[in-house]
Design a protein around this ligand. Sequence first.
Ligand SMILES: Cc1cc2nc3c(=O)[nH]c(=O)nc-3n(C[C@H](O)[C@H](O)[C@H](O)COP(=O)(O)O)c2cc1C
Length: 332
Amino acid sequence: MPADSTATSTGAVVRAAIAAAARAPSSFNAQPWHFTAHPAGSADQHRVDLALDRSRVLAVTDPDAHQARIGCGAALYTLRLSLAVSGHRGDAALLPDPADHDLIATVRLDGKHRATPHERALATAVWRRHTNRRPFLDRPVPPPARTALVRAAAAEGARLHLLERPTDLGAVADLIRRADNLLSQNPAHLTEARRWVGGTGHGDGVPATAAGRPPSPDTLVVLRDLDSPATPVPFERLPLLAVLTTVGDSDGDQIAAGQALQRVLLTACVEGLAVSPLSQPIEVPTTRRALGEVVGAPAHLVLRIGYGHAGVTTPRRPLDEIATGLAEEKRA
Ligand SMILES: Cc1cc2nc3c(=O)[nH]c(=O)nc-3n(C[C@H](O)[C@H](O)[C@H](O)COP(=O)(O)O)c2cc1C
């Protein structure tokens, strides 16, 4: 066995973990992240740096990079999870450089980890999870599944508010409609969104196959218009909506919201639930504030949750475009 075989196999684990992390959701599938793998040195363990890729932040729709940080947080959670099921404890330091908040986290491979069956189930879900924009069934989400989702968010330092009171559901549906209406009248937003809708042919953007058919006008929740030419169809009559919040609204809180988002989405997948994120009310400052008032905390995203027919997964950029320092892939 060659002397550096442990380093080589750890390099392969890191490579696989970054590939899994890239399956994380991001606004318009812009994938605003870059990973740098650092092999172990004489005094240091293997390390992965995760940075915000500013060239992929939507300047009009996401001027403060709020949603981009949520996407990076989701990728960070997936990286940690993937390392964990490969038997490595990933010690994550959030925003480790006070002078550079675009460095989202460094994750050091810091010893062994014995993965739990639940972690394994979540890690398997990484590859089948997808945003489902189709109509859901009119079948309520039972209390144990609701509890699992709420716990998943709490485990990552965030809170998932399930809108169980009709007045809250109505208020949030109104805010989504109001924000969607304002966005649809903003030419700069529409021009920016158009760049990503339909897919770009380079493994990013939202392809037409994932857009689904638009909801008929009597549907309570307005989904983002992804330029689908299909005829509208009726959606579920009583959707379950949830709002993801954190106590504060710092860069660190937004990353925590992203980590929680991915844990919630993977938990939903394990529970057999479909989810579509709705960020229109986050993209308009007045509706974001109003949304925060409904749930009493800074709001990061609305989730529509239910049972549905599976949709399709969406492509990602090649690994060598999103990461540097990767170990060569072993050829058979
Ligand atoms: C912060 C954030 C905001 C999002 N907002 C929306 C949205 O408003 N409407 C929508 O249909 N999907 C939304 N999505 C889902 C992304 O479009 C989706 O994650 C991306 O296209 C990749 O597809 P996948 O989730 O199926 O892997 C959002 C995702 C994130 C992380």
